[in-house]
Design a protein around this ligand. Sequence first.
Ligand code: ASP
Length: 338
Amino acid sequence: MARTTICILHTGGTIGMRRGPRGYEPDPGFLSARMGEMPEFSSAALPAWKLHAFDPLLDSSNMTAADWRAIGNAIVERYDDFDGFIVVHGTDTMAYSASALSFMLEGLAKPVVFTGSQIPLAEVRSDARENLITSLQLVADHPVPEVCLYFGDRLFRGNRATKVTSKGYRAFDSPNFPPLGRIGVDITIDRDLVRPVPPGPLRLTEVGQPEVTDIRVFPGITASMLARFLEHPLDGAVLHTYGAGNAPEHPELLAVLREASERGVVIVNCTQCLAGSVDMQGYATGSGLAEAGVVSGFDMTPEAALTKLFFLLSQNLDRTEVRRLIGVDLRGELTRKA
Ligand code: ASP
């Protein structure tokens, strides 16, 4: 029987960095050379793998939507030649890229697992070895046909994950959706949570450069500050509100939101809380936002909401349809009570 073959796409991140005079920096060629020297990566217990390194390798803080397109195209070009994909990526914006790719790749029938590490593979206490080895085993032996994120000891749906610590080995969590897999002595995948294989073929929607922004409500935010954020030209915004989706009921502030919505800006309400859902009917302060045209992001992570805006606003859809689709579960990114 032919051995499963996995494509590792190395985009950058701490995992393949080395310390330079200005701190950690990507070191081209280091990750594949090091993996080639480590006997465990050629063990018969692991699938065969081939690494493709992006040029340049990036600290993920430097990534933009153009890099999501590059990752999407790299997967599509190699899709028929491999059984699955590992995207080696910096942790800082990994949840954004994984969310973006989950929307961009429609009809995905093979596993795509994002991973990285908190400490470079070059250092002795690195978490890179475990994250890479387990990702290889997950893709080969426990395939989940979704865009996932593996880190620490849990496999998450990519568009449900968020970075929760800059120091711990368990850098990610999925506050509103259980992990798809738990990894200890045994690897256990909760198949009831995994989405069914969608109808193919694989289709990539390349996101463009819509004008999208991210705004955090805070005590004392004024209408003029908000107006500056929402100035023309703007296509969409994620509005990080309090609790169940509340913002000050100030009439001038609500008027600014209403004017922007009427101009076509799609404003998505996401909670500042790590867990839980927006319910704009719960409080008068939330109802005011709904009346101003703000749409609920339900329990989406801010990363999923922002990249969903990029995805929807890059297509030829009218704004009413974009607003409707924000509240529709497209890739398992949100939960709506029936
Ligand atoms: N700054 C790094 C990056 O996101 C952090 C990491 O990979 O952990 O590329």
